[in-house]
Design a protein. Structure first.
Length: 88
């Protein structure tokens, strides 16, 4: 799912070690683990982010189901095409 705002993890803002972005994430849930993906295409496993956190982020009715991660990333523009771009 996409999370356009910044996200603070236990008081520490999530930021991308590759490009320094501090907002506009995609959260990808696989089982009990959650990955964070940046607009630049950098993706990492965030061990501090649990399935419960992920579920809390998915507001009822706001979640969109995708067939697979690649489809989600492409439709949300997280496949790297917006690298270096910030949409406001
Ligand atoms: Zn990045």
């Amino acid at each position: 799912m996409a999370h356009p705002e910044s996200y603070a993890l236990q008081g520490m803002p999530v930021w991308c070690t590759a490009c320094g972005a501090r907002r506009d994430w995609a959260f990808i849930n696989h089982g009990r683990h959650v990955w964070v993906r940046c607009r630049c295409g950098h993706e990492w496993h965030e061990p501090e982010l649990t399935r419960a956190d992920f579920d809390a982020l998915v507001l009822p009715g706001a979640g969109v189901e995708y067939a697979n991660v690649d489809e989600m990333l492409a439709k949300l523009g997280f496949d790297g095409i917006f690298r270096g771009m910030y949409l406001g």
